[in-house]
Structures are given as structure tokens and as C-alpha cells.
Design a protein around this ligand. Structure first.
Ligand code: ADP
Ligand code: ZN
Length: 197
């Protein structure tokens, strides 16, 4: 087992709405760590198969190999004991124990890079993100471009009618919007409308 200096471990969170460049930024950091000859592992929730089941892919078609995992327990079982850098994309889709696992890794000296949506389509905090943001040493909050007015965009506008927090999709189901152009259907509509295939 490589002895890491515990002083080197930390948690970096990259957050923001869809299309803000989170995956691009994660891939950029992973590439640089690889150039530095660090031992890197990249994970993503198995749920997110927008483009490729075994790669992190950005909307601009950049890609990096990733291990798809269904849960924190599965991620833990796939960890290389010698890992120096671990990156997790779309971390908002993982279950609660991911926060403690990433903290333990950072305590042990691992550099943790986690990217995810800070808000869901209704503008509410998404899953484990608030906890992870609170624990992180470094936070990069990115913005996209609002597709209505061209301002910086902090929110993901759902373009199809669906009540659930999780509706995995890309350009066809969502667009980036600023606070002022973002709209949320009233909760009563969510139930009336149901899931649209
Ligand atoms: P995220 O992981 O945050 O969803 P990606 O890294 O996958 O973002 O994609 C970012 C890329 O998406 C940009 O570099 C750009 O090419 C493209 N893009 C498409 N729509 C937008 C938008 N509204 N604002 C900014 N970038 C956009
Ligand atoms: Zn706008």
C-alpha cells in the first residue's frame, strides 16, 4: 500500500446546472492527474448512461473511461487500494453513504474530485450534494448559458412534463436557464401530468 501523506487528501466538488461544463472540468482534472502519473480511478452512477455505459462523457463529446457503479457499496468494492486520485461524476445520483466514503478516502490522503448537479429541476438541493459541498475543501460552482436570455445560467429547466426528481436525459429533456427565466410547474401539476415517456 502506497503511503500517502494525510496532508494531501482533500475533497474537490464541481457543481452547477446541466451544460455548465462539470464533466469537461472533471475530465480536465483527471487528465492532468494522469499526466502527473497519479494512480487515478473514475466512477459514475450506472443510472447515467446518456452516452456511454463505461465512460464519463461531456455534452461536447469529450470522454474518459469510467467504472459504472450502482451504489456506494459497489464503488467501495471496486476501489484500488493503491488509488491516489478518485473522481466521481454525477455524484448526486449516488446514495447517502457516498459522503462518508469520500471523507474517509480524503482523510487517508486520497484526492477526491466529485462533480454533480447542486439543484434539481425545481431548484431544490439535489441528494447528497449539500452534505458534500459542506465537507469539501474546494468548490467550483460553474454556470452555463441561459437558453432564453443569454445570461449566466445556474439552473436546469426541464422541458418535458415529469414529476420525479430523476429523469435522466440531455439536450432533449433539459436546457440551462438563469434564475429569472427558470420555471417550475406547480406541485399539483406534477401529479396530474405523471411521467411522460
Ligand atoms: P455538464 O457536465 O455540466 O452537464 P458538460 O461538461 O457535459 O456539462 O458540457 C458542457 C458543454 O456543453 C459546453 O462546453 C458546451 O459545448 C455545451 N453546451 C450546450 N448547451 C450549453 C449552454 N446552454 N451553456 C453552456 N454550454 C452549453
Ligand atoms: Zn435567462
Amino acid at each position: 500500500m502506497v503511503e500517502h501523506s494525510p496532508r494531501q487528501g482533500s475533497i474537490e466538488v464541481i457543481c452547477g446546472p446541466m451544460f455548465s461544463g462539470k464533466s469537461e472540468e472533471l475530465i480536465r482534472r483527471v487528465k492532468r492527474a494522469t499526466i502527473a502519473r497519479r494512480r487515478v480511478q473514475v466512477f459514475k452512477p450506472a443510472l447515467d448512461d446518456r452516452y456511454d455505459a463505461s465512460a464519463v462523457a461531456s455534452h461536447s463529446q469529450q470522454k474518459h473511461e469510467a467504472v459504472p457503479v450502482g451504489s456506494t457499496a459497489e464503488l467501495a468494492s471496486r476501489l484500488d487500494p493503491l488509488v491516489e486520485v478518485i473522481a466521481v461524476d454525477e455524484v448526486q445520483f449516488l446514495d447517502d453513504p457516498i459522503v462518508e466514503l469520500l471523507e474517509r478516502l480524503a482523510d487517508r490522503g486520497v484526492r477526491v474530485i466529485a462533480a454533480g448537479l447542486d439543484q434539481d429541476f425545481a431548484g431544490a438541493p439535489f441528494g447528497v450534494m449539500p452534505a458534500l459541498l459542506a465537507k469539501a475543501e474546494y468548490v467550483s460552482k460553474l454556470q452555463a448559458i441561459c437558453m432564453v436570455c443569454g445570461a449566466p445560467a445556474s439552473r436546469s429547466q426541464r422541458l418535458v412534463r415529469s414529476g420525479g426528481q430523476v429523469l435522466v436525459g440531455a439536450a432533449e429533456a433539459y436546457e440551462a436557464r438563469c434564475r429569472h427565466c427558470h420555471t417550475v410547474p406547480p406541485p399539483s401539476d406534477h401529479q396530474l401530468l405523471g411521467e411522460v415517456p
